[in-house]
Design a binder for this molecule. Structure first.
Ligand code: ADP
Length: 259
């Protein structure tokens, strides 16, 4: 953990990890981290051995969403011990830097940090390692897709035009790098008013479903704007850890991922 991470040329898939699934998005704020955390928890509840790697270098939110804190231990100075929460093994770049400090790393340092998080973290045996990517199509995506043998990627988008436009770029990148896209998730798809009971399409209607159809990709789920989901994320216990319609929705999506 000491000093700046240095890039290495070794392959990046940890030996005990059966498959790596990346969760990406075209732009930030669409719920990529929320979906990553909840899918990880849902898979763990289904008896899978699950890891969650927060590779969102510029805005790591998994420590808060999964409710983990503290610097990971490294008893031998090389191996990094991950943290555990809600049945999931968790590692985040956010645990290696101070929460309030901005990350201003250049490409090679970034790659070094990624390699450390994949190669030096004691992930143990995992059925699936979910990687919460940074938004967009940058160095992290490029490196992971070319070096980490991703089994697949999921793209999260809201139905809003601008988000979809960027999501298309993310899909394009996975396509170019030959990473199979398992499907799209439409987040913040609709809002059911607790007062009038009406359904409101705040960010537009059906955009992601249409995009998925266009590309011949599955729409894995359409998740509503949901206050409890937001509160649960902020509290460090993802909504998928509890009971109710949202937990069931995540369980359904998770089930289809690792069959
Ligand atoms: P990203 O990883 O794409 O930047 P986040 O997962 O951090 O997005 O979500 C951004 C904010 O929106 C967070 O405060 C999160 O709790 C909230 N959020 C995400 N999905 C939903 C949802 N379906 N309903 C309500 N709030 C949500």
């Amino acid at each position: 953990l000491g000093g700046h991470p240095k890039p290495q040329s070794a392959p990046m898939k940890p030996s005990g990890v059966k498959r790596i699934l990346a969760v990406g998005s075209g732009k930030g704020g669409v719920g990529k981290s929320t979906v990553s955390a909840n899918l990880a928890v849902a898979l763990a509840r289904q008896g899978r051995k699950v890891g969650l790697l927060d590779a969102d270098i510029y805005g790591p939110s998994q420590p808060r969403m999964m409710g983990v804190s503290g610097r990971p231990a490294s008893p031998d100075g090389t191996t990094i011990e991950p943290l555990h929460a809600h049945g999931v093994t968790v590692m985040s770049i956010g645990l290696m830097v101070e929460e309030r400090k901005a990350v201003v790393w250049r490409g090679p340092m970034l790659m070094g940090a990624l390699q450390q998080m994949l190669g030096q973290v004691n992930w143990g045996e995992l059925d699936v390692l979910i990687v919460d990517l940074p938004p967009g199509t940058g160095d992290v995506q490029l490196t992971l897709c070319t070096k980490a043998e991703l089994s697949g990627a999921i793209v999260v988008s809201t139905p809003q035009d601008v988000a979809l436009l960027d999501a298309r770029k993310a899909l394009d990148l996975f396509d170019t790098l030959k990473t199979p896209v398992l499907g799209l998730i439409e987040n913040m798809s609709f809002f059911t008013c607790p007062d009038c009971g009406g359904t409101h399409h705040i960010f537009g209607n059906g955009g992601v479903a249409a995009e998925a159809k266009d590309l011949g990709l599955p729409l894995l789920g359409a998740l509503p704007i949901d206050l409890e989901t937001r509160l649960a994320g902020d509290s460090g216990t993802p909504i998928a850890a509890g009971e109710g319609v949202m937990a069931e929705a995540y369980a359904r999506i998770a089930k289809g991922l690792v069959e």
